[in-house]
Design a protein around this ligand. Structure first.
Ligand code: DUR
Length: 137
């Protein structure tokens, strides 16, 4: 299904303002669009116990799954002063649900770069030898 890249960017930019980042001061917003066109957004949420911090990307994967959406077209990841890149853990979590396009940008989103997940995480691990995500049906 076609989706609006402009709308995806706008949602990522808006949710970035809600990031809880007292330790890194590196706010990130992410917006994930499902194959059905629905958009799910999430921000990073840090913690005094540093390893418990949650990345924006995984936050929106949880929102989508809770709404019953498991296959995705794209994710827009928005930093503030610098373009972020999804960490290895988030690449693996996203890959559980198949391939998708990844847009990374900062500021108002004019400096965007795009990738395919399979290029950022080649030869990735999946439990199912067939289609990723099939086990979760
Ligand atoms: O793609 C990224 C990169 C970083 N962060 C978060 C993790 C941490 O809270 C802060 C600094 O790394 O930014 C994300 O949420 N997504």
């Amino acid at each position: 299904m076609a989706y609006s890249l402009q709308e995806l960017k706008e949602q990522a930019r808006q949710v970035r303002d809600r990031a809880y980042v007292p330790y890194s001061h590196f706010p990130v917003g992410a917006a994930l669009v499902g194959k059905d066109g629905q958009i799910f957004s999430g921000c990073n949420v840090e913690n005094a116990s540093y390893p418990l911090g949650m990345c924006a990307e995984r936050a929106c994967v949880s929102m989508a799954l809770a709404a019953g959406v498991r296959s995705f077209e794209a994710i827009w990841i928005m930093g503030e002063r610098e373009r972020p890149m999804p960490c290895g853990g988030c690449r693996q979590v996203l890959s559980e649900f198949g391939d998708l396009q990844i847009f990374v940008a900062s500021g108002d989103g004019d400096d965007v770069k795009s990738y395919w997940l399979h290029d950022l995480l080649p030869e990735s691990f999946h439990w199912s030898p067939t289609h990723p995500g099939e086990l979760a049906e």
